[in-house]
Structure formats: structure tokens, C-alpha cells
Design a protein around this ligand. Structure first.
Ligand code: PLP
Ligand code: LYS
Length: 447
């Protein structure tokens, strides 16, 4: 896990030489840019592996050992799914599309958790027929739908109930999910969660395995995670008393924060899990098994492994003296600054980072809000320079769009001086692939 002394998120294999050339995974970023084009998402294999291993180690130290289900929404492609499978990781998916990608990539369906606050009948059927490990149920309508479809296909559905524990973790309001008025899950208030529990225990073809509660994303404090586990355990005591039900699984979600900039102080996951484990041990009634803890980290696994390489297209000093460097990407490949005021760290390849002036790195999209990094000290920038933005592994590619009909960048994985293309750069043809040509309604050609 990154330490507070660092000033941002750098992949483990980041190096800068005496001419200030940056390399990741043993490959100069200039070479990557020239070979694969820009903007380019680069993922560092070693960082991914280390982050996964440190989660697995902390989970192994629990009693019983916990399990990790990487949150695919942070970044998922077929190759990522294949890599996760090789690392014996579980996966959390939130749509038929993520499930399809995971299965196509070779992920074992029994290690997949199917999330999402709206699952269509088609998606539920897809998950059941392919044998996903768990459905996390978000509403009464979904409980009914899963029970009905499970009966139709004659496959009992293993489920977790998503509860909303009323915990407000300190993070951007748009990425909080644990508060009672959240759109997600069953609020642990006014008895809604009790109704859900009763239905889950009585509807046919449902196998209730346990409870889930995710409190938000990019959380720095340890306490909310522990309080979340405690709240779930308290409810489990009620469930035991009233319905003689004791779960196998308690899923505390993801949300482990990472260090995007110097002010971010991420929590230590091993300590959180040790404290959660301790609470679970203490709160499990005599004669019952301590439930297995599931976690769903996304960002904490992939954010730091990723960088984006851009090429500078233009520089400008505007009246008032503000300096802009405009690059060949922006909000289409990284919507987070516009959406959450997210901040990033950047460097210019091949320039002395000590020799600095304040720059704003702007994107190429037709929005004034398309700013990637605001007021960052950087060396003098010229058109043609390569700018590297760090910590872009999570929720960048995954949230990318074709706004302004700009093709989405390629993704490459780097390791030990070699690069492997994970996603090809989109072409104009790819983008327009599903467009159909104009047909005149007056010619009677419309259906
Ligand atoms: C249910 C659930 N699990 C896991 C995650 C992953 O969160 P993060 O990437 O912050 O670990 C999210 C996103 O916030 C989520 O909604
Ligand atoms: N997409 C968000 C986080 C939301 C996570 C999903 N509940 C981000 O970029 O930080």
C-alpha cells in the first residue's frame, strides 16, 4: 500500500533517468507512445500483482480466511479477467456486459458476485445459467425476479442481501453509498431490511448466504469499515433470534482509498481486516461459525498500476498569466476531474522536474470543464512533449466515452521491458460501426 510520504500514485516499476526520461515496467514511455500512439493507458503488471498479493495476504491472516472479489467496474477487459483468474481472485460484476467480459476472459463463474441495483430478467437468467457464485440483491422486486427466474431455469440462486447501514464515510458525496438515503440496498431503518430478510428466507429457489454492505469509495478512515462490519453483525444477532438464521458470508464491499496526491492518506488494509476479523470473532455467538468476510476492492488494486500518456498539442498563456498545456485526450478518457473534482499528479517526460512553473493541463474536448490537472508545477512545456498522468488505472478506461467522437485509447500491460496490448485503440470505423445511414421517411423506407 502507498505510504503517506509519497506525493502521488506511481507504479512500483516507475523510474526516471538522469535525462528525466520516465519508464514504466522497464519501457520508456516515449517508446510506448511512439509504438502504440497517444493517449495511451499503460498498466504495470508488477504493481497489479503486488496489490493483489497484499490483499490476499491480509485475507489469509483472517480466521476464517477472507475472500477478495475485485470490483470490475474499476477496470475490466477480457485480459484483465484472465489475469484475475490466474491470480485466483474473485470478481464483482454489475451488469450483463461485465459478466460477459469476465466469462469471455476465462473467469470461473463460481468466483463471480453479480451486483447492481437494476438487473434485468435477461441479466438474471444469464447469471443463473452460467452459474455465478452469488447475486447481491438490491430490492424487493429483484428478490421476486430472481426467485421466479431461478424456478424457471430450475437453478437455486445463492444470494446476499445488500443492506445500507447508515454509515456516512468521508468521501465525495457522489461516491458515498452507505447512508440511509442511498439509492442502493435495503436501509437498516424502519424495518425495510427485516422485510427483505423475511422474503429472502421464504421465497422459493433462493439460498440466502449472507449480507453485504458497501459504504462508499475512496475512504481513508479505518473506523467506517469496522463499524460497517459491526452493524451487520448486530443485525445478524436479530436475524438469529427471530428467524434462527445465521449467515455464512459477510461482505463489507470495497472503497479502500488510494493516494492520488500529497494530501491523501490511505488506510492500511491489513489493519482494517484484522480489526474486522476481531469484531466478527467477538460478536459471533457461541456454537456458530464465524462468517467468511468478503471484500470488493477495485481502486486499491488497479489505480496505482495505471498511468496515461498524452502528447501536448498546444500551449497558451492567457490574459492574467495562466498557462495551459492542452493534450490529445481529456474528459473522454478521464472523466473523474470533471465529475468529482478529482486531482491527479503529472510529469513531463525528458524535462527537469525541478525547473517549474504553474500549469493547467487541459483536455481536447469542447467543454471548459475539460481540465485534467489544475495548477500543477511542471517544467516548461512545448507542443510535442509527452505528459504522464499517474494513478489513472481505476475508473478511467472504465468510464471512457466517445464524446466529440474521439476514439477511446488503447490499453497496454507492461512488464520487464515488454508490452502486451490489452485493448486496441478504437478506430473511426469502430466508433461508427453501429450507425446506420440516413433514410428519407418520405420514401417509405422506415419500419
Ligand atoms: C458494491 C461495490 N463494491 C465495490 C466497489 C469498489 O469500490 P472501490 O473501487 O472504491 O474499491 C464499489 C464502488 O464503489 C461498489 O459500489
Ligand atoms: N467511479 C467512481 C467511484 C464509484 C464507484 C462505484 N460505486 C470513481 O471514479 O471514483
Amino acid at each position: 500500500m502507498p505510504s503517506a510520504r509519497r506525493i502521488g500514485l506511481f507504479p512500483d516499476t516507475y523510474t526516471i533517468d538522469d535525462r528525466y526520461h520516465i519508464s514504466i515496467g522497464g519501457l520508456p514511455i516515449r517508446q510506448l507512445a511512439q509504438e502504440f500512439g497517444t493517449p495511451l493507458y499503460v498498466l504495470d503488471y508488477e504493481t497489479l500483482r503486488h496489490r493483489i498479493r497484499s490483499f490476499q495476504q491480509a485475507l489469509q491472516d483472517m480466521n476464517p480466511p477472507g475472500q477478495a472479489f475485485y470490483a470490475g467496474k474499476a477496470f475490466l477487459t477480457k485480459a484483465m479477467a484472465g489475469f484475475l483468474e490466474q491470480q485466483h481472485m474473485g470478481l464483482d460484476v454489475v451488469s450483463g456486459g461485465e459478466l460477459y467480459t469476465a466469462l469471455e476472459g476465462g473467469m470461473n463463474p463460481s468466483r463471480i458476485i453479480f451486483h447492481g441495483n437494476v438487473k434485468t430478467d435477461e441479466e438474471i437468467r444469464f447469471g443463473l445459467l452460467r452459474g455465478v457464485g452469488y447475486f447481491v440483491v438490491d430490492s424487493l422486486a429483484e428478490l421476486e425476479a430472481i426467485s421466479r427466474i431461478a424456478k424457471e431455469v430450475d437453478k437455486p440462486a445463492p444470494i446476499l442481501l445488500r443492506l445500507t447501514p447508515g454509515i456516512e464515510a468521508h468521501t465525495h458525496a457522489f461516491i458515498q453509498t452507505g447512508q440511509f438515503d442511498s439509492k442502493f440496498g435495503f436501509a437498516m431503518q424502519d424495518g425495510i431490511h427485516e422485510v427483505a430478510l423475511q422474503r429472502a428466507l421464504t421465497l422459493p429457489y433462493l439460498e440466502l448466504k449472507g449480507f453485504h454492505a458497501h459504504i462508499g469509495s475512496q475512504i481513508f478512515d479505518e473506523d467506517p469499515f469496522v463499524h460497517n462490519a459491526q452493524r451487520l453483525m448486530e443485525f445478524m444477532h436479530d436475524a438469529l433470534e427471530r428467524y434462527h438464521y445465521w449467515p455464512e458470508v459477510v461482505d463489507i464491499g470495497g472503497g479502500f482509498g488510494v493516494q492520488y496526491g500529497p494530501d491523501d492518506d490511505p488506510p492500511q488494509v491489513s489493519r482494517i481486516l484484522a480489526r474486522v476479523n476481531d469484531a466478527m470473532q467477538r460478536m459471533t455467538p457461541h456454537g456458530y461459525a464465524v462468517p467468511t468476510v468478503f471484500i470488493e476492492p477495485g481502486r486499491a488494486i488497479v489505480a496505482e498500476a495505471g498511468v496515461t500518456i498524452y502528447q501536448v498539442g498546444a500551449t497558451k498563456t492567457v490574459p492574467g498569466g495562466k498557462r495551459y498545456a492542452a493534450v490529445d485526450g481529456g474528459m473522454g478518457d478521464n472523466i473523474r476531474p470533471a465529475l468529482y473534482q478529482a486531482s491527479y499528479t503529472a510529469q513531463v517526460d525528458g524535462k527537469n522536474p525541478e525547473d517549474r512553473a504553474l500549469y493547467t493541463i487541459a483536455g481536447r474536448y469542447c467543454e471548459s470543464g475539460d481540465i485534467l490537472v489544475k495548477d500543477i508545477p511542471l517544467p516548461p512545456i512545448e507542443p510535442g512533449d509527452y505528459v504522464v498522468v499517474f494513478g489513472t488505472g481505476a475508473y478511467n478506461f472504465a468510464m471512457a466515452s466517445n464524446y466529440n467522437r474521439v476514439p477511446r485509447p488503447a490499453v497496454v500491460l507492461v512488464y520487464n521491458g515488454q508490452a502486451s496490448l490489452w485493448v486496441k485503440r478504437e478506430s473511426y470505423e469502430d466508433m461508427a460501426h453501429n450507425d446506420l445511414p440516413w433514410q428519407d421517411p418520405e420514401e417509405g423506407l422506415w419500419r
